[in-house]
Ligand binder design. Structure first.
Ligand code: SF4
Length: 356
């Protein structure tokens, strides 16, 4: 691990902040949540941006806010309404957590909590999101270190190798100005998004290049190294595409399921030595009485969080009378035409897409 070479004393930090804020005021993007940074609007934007690119979020943000303009309306949303408004953003569990948090806020902390610890304790809110809400909406001096900010800090201090996560949080805590934490945090995020980008940082246009240790020693394109990313875990999953009278069988997701969403195709992880066919066949037997002939219909690749998934789809026709689904409220038949509205994870769409 290489620690910062340049001393970040009070004078340096003051100069750095001035350069950064001057640049931010001139170059910041006009984003809808910046126009009216209420805690509710900032919260929704930060949750949407967690695993979705800004350009995609921009297509859905205003529509979501029109449908759910405040905590009360979100707390009162039904699952189909929520699913409909979130459709296209992916990782549906984020929307479910938003809803749970909105219910909690409406009941216990209306109109919106201002205390960092209360916000942090809400469902789906981690240290970064709580810091972003407190600093941007309430101008409280809490750090908010996302991937962009971490990259900027890594390069400014020429930090190499693995460092504990707390290192960056402690570092930037000492840089946040008491008077304008909202602007400082947003400027750091914006610098990472527009200038200090992952592969080819635009150092010649960078307002804080004079402070940058990585640029000074010529390693700005080498850090943060790819080695810092944890290796993705490889998984195999068998999916069933079971059809009866133009309807496809869906199964309800269990709590904490790897694949987000309430409903999906029946699926099961393929254990070590087993083949995907064997797993699909035994899964089918747990659902149906009677025999169904399965045939391979899709092989897809997909990434969820830290998992690299290879999915194997198996199609089977369940003729009425020959094979019947076990009585269980964990399953339902859905018309092919309307299935898109029920499936929130794109891995199911990939499997179905290959079949049709
Ligand atoms: Fe990033 Fe280059 Fe600016 Fe350093 S000088 S902070 S590497 S854009």
């Amino acid at each position: 691990m290489t620690m910062p070479k340049r001393m970040w004393n009070a004078e340096t930090i003051g100069d750095f902040r001035r350069k950064l804020s001057g640049w931010y005021r001139r170059h910041r993007r006009e984003l809808p949540w910046r126009a009216d940074p209420t805690p509710y609007r900032i919260w929704i934007s930060e949750v949407m941006l967690q695993q979705t690119q800004t350009k995609t979020v921009l297509r859905y943000y205003d529509r979501f806010l029109e449908r759910f303009p405040d905590v009360e309306s979100l707390a009162g949303a039904s699952q189909p309404e929520l699913q409909n408004a979130w459709s296209g953003l992916g990782y549906y569990r984020r929307a479910q957590n938003l809803h749970r948090a909105a219910v909690e806020i409406a009941e216990k902390h209306p109109p919106f909590p201002e205390d960092f610890r209360t916000i942090l304790a809400l469902p789906g809110i981690g240290r970064y999101t709580a810091g972003a809400i407190c600093s941007i909406a309430f101008n409280q001096p809490y750090p908010a270190v996302d991937g962009n900010v971490r990259r900027v800090l890594t390069r400014l201090t020429a930090t190499r190798g693995q460092v504990p996560e707390s290192y960056f949080w402690d570092l930037v805590s000492g840089w946040i100005p008491r008077r304008s934490p909202s602007e400082f945090n947003q400027a750091m995020m914006e610098l990472g998004a527009l200038v200090c980008v992952p592969k080819r940082p635009k150092c010649r246009r960078c307002p804080v290049r004079a402070f940058c240790a990585a640029r000074r020693i010529g390693i700005e394109r080498k850090i943060p190294g790819v080695g810092l990313k944890p290796a993705r875990k490889r998984l195999r999953i068998a999916f069933l595409v079971l059809e009866q009278k133009q309807r496809i069988l869906l199964s309800r997701a269990s709590a904490g399921s790897l694949i987000p969403g309430d409903w999906g195709l029946p699926w099961q992880l393929v254990p070590g030595q087993e083949s995907a066919e064997e797993t699909a066949s035994s899964l089918c037997k747990t659902i149906f009485r009677g025999k169904i002939r399965l045939e391979p219909c899709a092989t897809v690749r997909h990434t969820i969080s830290n998992h690299q998934i290879t999915g194997f789809g198996f199609y089977g026709k369940a003729e009425p009378g020959e094979a019947e689904a076990r009585a269980d409220d964990g399953f339902r038949w859905e018309k092919r035409d309307s299935i898109g509205k029920c499936l929130t994870s794109s891995i199911f769409h990939k499997v179905l897409g290959k079949r049709s």
